[in-house]
Design a binder for this molecule. Structure first.
Ligand code: SF4
Length: 621
């Protein structure tokens, strides 16, 4: 069994260290598992000979706690955690969440809002002479001036507010080793201003590449929404390691300079990261609180690759991990699976083998490892690119090898499947094996919507592709004699979706007999194209105006339409149908979404209580 990394002074003394090289401050509890960025970065540094200690969720109200492990020799690394701290703390309705999966016992309040900024400011005050390097999803997706949904305003680059010396964007393993090696050699921070995958602040632009892309400034995008959308589009086109340029944005008296992205990791490099000696457990100090909930999802899951060429507009993963797939070898994955089978609580089920998209195991086309991904076209949208290499052979073989391992009863696939990619594969073997071996009764998929207008904004395939997949899925299950169902996920109130499109979706749900138990409101998280649309009312890629609803009551009506059968939603659905002129959908006809009136008695008679409820419902708007 591996040893956990030090999290307190006693651990450091036990290792015989006088001083640590790096202090890693994290907004999450410490879980030593490769799904947690803190563990990965610290294990990578450890493997390169650095002494690293972790300070998980320090009490930010008392800054002396930040010095508990002593001043590090080379630098302080800061991450807000696996999720953006605001997303972790607040819902789509901007209400506080009740549970934090990344904290022991699921307790809320163990990290501040904007954790990266708060931690960094404290450290800069405590040790002004120590380099502070921020990274993780929060820093990465807030590297330029951006819209913060929960504060409902444009914030400057996180480099400005945090006062950090350097920002690592993306997954960070290559950058952190390069930074550590330079700091060891006595380099100054300015000497590291060319490291790929980093961003920094400077008061003057010196020796900039003439091809560098200058974005509209923070000041400009605060007052001009079109320029905000333009800034988003310009920077998102420069995220490819092979053809992306340096990107610059003026923020107040400083310039944020983003160096091009790091080159994709080779299979050997990916293996080296995932083969490190993770304990695969939460730190034992959390056990009295029942552990850290987030481990439950991933303890028996295997990350097989990173990157995503799906480019869904509401997701920023391609801006963090890139569009080029980087995959581990079968041997590395099989070794991890064997290690999982040895865990005392393993019951024989691998929960997942995937990545951002389960069935993307190799780059979408051959040319991109030389010239990069296309700036002006997507690999799957609006239709699969003619150059797309849609082939599941490697994934199928990997899954077969995993299934054959002793001690493994079943290998599930829980990461999302891109069914348009699956359908584009001419061999169609994957669907057969998926249905036979890798699901159990249900397959969750994410059409997200069915209206062409909305799907166009989302960058998702059309309704016909979803229906085609449903058809082949049902046919396959019939052929192999299994009763298995699709569970489709839909998003309400995405940019482009007015009440009319929401009614269109409700009618589709009626016609296909789908009645979702859970519905998800669109959340404008930092760094996604959909967030840029939500804030600016403009589609960044085209500059065209797009409908956006920000009104909570309109959003509630959209959500209610997706669950029109729920009696609690009756008043909202009725109002939505009346507002869109779809009163023909209220009545006794089979096609109606709402009965003419079904009171509490279950008849068409309205009771006084029903009248009162409708009136109260309207007043609340
Ligand atoms: S050529 Fe096609 S598959 Fe390749 S990167 Fe461009 S859009 Fe994607």
């Amino acid at each position: 069994m591996s040893e956990f990394l030090p999290i307190c002074k006693e651990d450091i003394i036990k290792r015989g260290w006088e001083q640590i090289d790096f202090l890693f401050i994290s907004g999450d509890a410490y879980v030593d598992h490769p799904s947690f960025a803190t563990a990965v970065i610290c294990r990578v540094l450890e493997a390169h000979g650095y002494k690293v200690a972790i300070l998980p969720q320090p009490d930010w109200q008392h800054s002396e706690n930040f010095a508990a492990l002593g001043k590090p020799r080379l630098g302080v690394l800061i991450s807000g955690g696996n999720l953006d701290s605001m997303l972790c703390h607040y819902t789509a309705a901007r209400k506080p969440r009740t549970r934090d999966s990344y904290t022991a016992g699921g307790i809320m309040g163990k990290r501040p809002d904007h954790a990266t900024v708060i931690y960094s400011k404290i450290v800069k005050k405590l040790w002004p002479d120590i380099p502070v390097i921020i990274g993780g999803i929060e820093a990465s997706l807030r590297r330029f001036a951006h819209y913060d949904y929960w504060e409902n305003k444009i914030l400057p680059s996180i480099l400005i507010d945090s006062k950090a010396d350097l920002l690592v964007y993306g997954m960070g393993e290559q950058q952190i080793v390069e930074i550590a090696d330079y700091l060891t050699g006595g380099a100054q921070l300015e000497d590291m201003h060319y490291i790929r995958g980093t961003a920094y602040l400077t008061s003057e632009l010196v020796n900039m590449d003439e091809k560098a892309v200058l974005l509209p400034s923070y000041g400009e995008i605060q007052t001009n929404k079109e320029l905000f959308a333009k800034a988003f589009q310009l920077q998102s086109q420069e995220q490819d390691p092979f053809n992306g340029e340096t990107v610059i944005q003026k923020n107040g008296n400083y310039f944020v300079v983003q160096n091009p992205a790091p080159y994709p990791l080779s299979t050997e490099e990916m293996d080296a990261i995932y083969d490190l000696p993770y304990c695969r457990e939460v730190h034992p100090s959390y056990l009295p609180l029942g552990g850290v909930p987030a481990i439950e999802e991933v303890q028996f899951s295997i990350i097989s690759q990173r990157g995503c060429f799906g480019s869904c507009a509401f997701c920023a993963i391609h801006s963090h991990q890139g569009r080029i797939i980087q995959a581990r070898s079968h041997n590395s994955i099989l070794a991890e699976a064997r290690a999982i089978t040895a865990l005392p609580n393993f019951k024989g089920y691998i929960h997942d083998v995937g990545g951002p998209t389960a069935n993307f195991r190799h780059p979408s086309c051959a040319k991109q490892l030389e010239v990069g991904t296309c700036k002006d076209r997507q690999c799957l949208f609006p239709t699969p690119c003619p150059n797309l290499d849609a082939d599941h052979t490697d994934y199928i073989n990997l899954l077969r090898e995993l299934r054959a391992l002793p001690g493994i009863k079943k290998v599930f696939i829980r990461s999302g499947i891109r069914y348009d990619y699956l359908l584009a594969d001419k061999q169609q073997v994957f669907l057969d094996e998926l249905c036979r071996y890798h699901i159990s009764g249900q397959l969750k998929i994410a059409p997200e919507h069915i209206s062409p207008k909305v799907l166009k904004c989302m960058g998702k395939p059309g309704k016909d592709v979803y229906l085609k997949f449903s058809e082949v899925f049902d046919a396959k299950n019939k052929e192999i004699g299994l009763k298995q169902y699709l569970v489709p996920y839909f998003i309400s109130s995405h940019p482009g979706c007015s009440l009319h499109e929401a009614v269109e979706l409700a009618e589709f749900l009626r016609d296909t007999g789908r009645h979702p138990e859970q519905v998800q409101d669109f959340i404008p998280t930092p760094g996604s194209a959909s967030t840029a649309m939500y804030y600016s009312g403009v589609v960044p890629a085209t500059g065209k105006k797009v409908y956006v609803t920000q009104n909570p009551h309109m959003k509630a009506m959209q959500r209610a339409l997706m669950q029109y059968k729920n009696p609690k939603n009756r008043a909202l659905v009725k109002e939505a149908l009346e507002e869109t002129g779809h009163t023909e959908l209220i009545g006794t006809d089979d096609k109606c979404l709402l009965p003419a009136y079904l009171g509490r008695s279950g008849t068409n008679k309205r009771t006084k209580f029903d009248v009162y409820k409708d009136r109260v419902g309207k007043k609340k708007r």
